[in-house]
Design a binder for this molecule. Structure first.
Ligand code: GAP
Length: 500
């Protein structure tokens, strides 16, 4: 990563994520592996909460969506059928002076964004449309010419001395067989979706699903990304949360609109502001897609794709049917009002929703990262300072409540331990005795803990504690016996689900 090229805000979030145990560069002690990251103690909790919310929103709130967990390795023919071997490429271009490599489409998109920012969105749109046309036609010479015509220069060498544009396959492969060196390589899946497609009939039959129904999956995917930057936005190993929704041909348009709206509601229910979310129709459709839209979030580096919703037609199931020679049909016994007969056998069409867990994590962190100016103390001790905290929705917070004895004596630590033991079956908590209370509050603010419970002298007399609220810093007094219900309500997934 080149810190100098990052906007200040992303730099702050990257630093915060490392300092407070959310995200670390992979293999950092060896100077780090580019575009690969590890999640720390708080990061894994936040990410698991996001994944669990998505999982339950899919498989618990929808009676017609079930889950699977398919393997990362698949028969290599999967990727032949899916079109990834032939078509999962990025167009690359090198600058001969700086020897730097770029994605040709990214250079053009950045140019289009420049026009947009300079108040000429029509010119930007025309450029992306032309790029889309050339890429769809695989006209790589045309793409290069467009870069030259637009006078796009290498940001490093500042020259337009470009090579030809070449296609580069993004799949990682590894040796498939320890005994047969001629065996074809196996690939690390570049999307989780194919594990769903090849299991379509297994799931439909075993779970007795009727079209329309969906199959959801969360799992790792791997892509040899060329432009690896913007922290966890573009990684080589990442996690997808995908759902393939199988529908009767002809109904895919309605389902596409339904899922498009449902997925946007999900992000808003997670607290991402409507003004920072937008739909963006694809200029260049992936090889499998009939229609595609991104839900973009406004990251510190601009509006970028967080989720894709794709109308994939019967492309995948038909491809697998042809290559495997195993029928991928569904018998629909419902009566077609047009003919008065059963719909009968068909290969279902698919509407896919696909969101990156890491991108959702990044959007959540960016949205939660808050710096506010506060005044503390009074009279001569009055001071103004900046308070940094993570304004995470309580349901997502890694720690739901921190319990502090005010001092380490007079039975307060024992009482705090008692409260911890009573609540630990329901919530992830921390118990902290060290340092001044203000410092302890600050530590919890930095990781987004919504509540700090303080055991003080009065607690020992009347079984009440103070509950300090992260966002307002206000404190309320509450009986210990009410804590479970109070925190439980605030951190429940139900509050999010009710908005869906
Ligand atoms: N099955 C369809 C599919 O894979 P995609 O638009 O290529 O579609 C879906 O990817 C989502 O996966 C993206 O919207 C993004 O959130 C996430 N994603 C893709 N590539 C990624 C990468 N290199 N790093 C992190 N997330 C990525």
């Amino acid at each position: 990563m080149n810190p100098a090229s990052e906007p200040a805000q992303l730099k702050d979030i990257v630093a915060h994520a490392k300092e407070y145990g959310f995200v670390f560069q992979s293999s950092e002690i060896y100077d780090g592996l580019a575009a690969v990251y590890d999640y720390g103690p708080n990061g894994v909790e936040l990410k698991n909460n996001l994944k669990r919310l998505w999982w339950e929103a899919m498989t618990q709130l929808n009676g017609n969506v079930v889950g699977i967990d398919a393997a990362i390795f698949m028969d290599p023919r999967t990727w032949e059928a899916s079109g990834h071997i032939a078509g999962f490429n990025d167009p690359l271009i090198d600058n001969l002076d700086s020897k730097k490599r770029y994605r040709a489409d990214v250079l053009l998109e950045e140019k289009a964004a420049e026009y947009e920012n300079a108040g000429d969105p029509a010119r930007g749109a025309a450029l992306t449309a032309e790029m889309g046309r050339l890429l769809t036609a695989n006209d790589l010479a045309g793409v290069r010419q467009l870069i030259l015509d637009e006078k796009i220069l290498c940001p490093v060498s500042k020259t337009g001395n470009w090579t030809e544009v070449r296609q580069f396959n993004l799949m990682f492969s590894t040796q498939g067989s320890a005994v047969d060196s001629d065996a074809p390589p196996v690939y690390l899946r570049p999307e989780t979706a194919q594990g769903i497609f090849v299991n379509f009939l297994n799931v439909q039959k075993s779970a007795r699903m009727k079209v329309p129904f969906g199959i959801a999956q969360i799992g790792k995917a791997f892509r040899n990304e060329i432009v690896a930057r913007q922290f966890i936005f573009r990684m080589r190993e990442f996690e997808q949360m995908e759902m393939q929704f199988f529908v009767r041909p002809g109904t895919e348009g309605e389902w596409y609109d339904t899922w498009k709206a449902a997925r946007r509601r999900f992000h808003e229910a997670l607290g991402l502001p409507a003004a920072k979310l937008r739909f963006h129709d694809h200029d260049k459709l992936a090889h499998y897609a009939k229609a595609a839209v991104d839900i973009e979030y406004e990251f510190p580096f601009g509006f970028k794709e967080m989720e894709g919703i794709h109308s994939r037609g019967d492309f995948d199931l038909t491809q697998h049917q042809n290559l495997s020679r195993k029928k991928q049909q569904y018998f629909d016994a419902d009566i077609d009002p047009a003919t008065g007969k059963a719909y009968g056998n068909y290969v279902p069409f698919v509407v896919e929703t696909s969101v990156g867990a890491d991108r959702l994590f990044l959007a959540t962190m960016c949205n939660a990262f808050t710096e506010e100016t506060i005044t503390e103390g009074e009279g001569e001790t009055l001071q103004t300072k900046t308070r940094t905290f993570l304004k995470l929705p309580p349901a997502l917070a890694p720690v739901k409540a921190a319990i502090f004895p005010l001092v380490r004596k007079d039975g307060m630590p024992e009482k705090a331990q008692e409260i911890f033991d009573a609540l630990k079956f329901d919530f992830r908590l921390v118990l902290e005795e060290r340092d001044a209370i203000g410092k302890r509050y600050t530590r919890q603010d930095l990781i987004g803990t919504p509540f700090c419970i303080v055991v003080d002298g009065q607690t020992l007399e009347d079984e009440t504690v103070t509950v300090r609220h992260r966002d307002s810093r206000e404190q309320t007094r509450m009986p210990i016996s009410e804590l479970r219900a109070y925190i439980g309500e605030a951190v429940s997934f139900r509050r999010i689900f009710e908005q869906l």
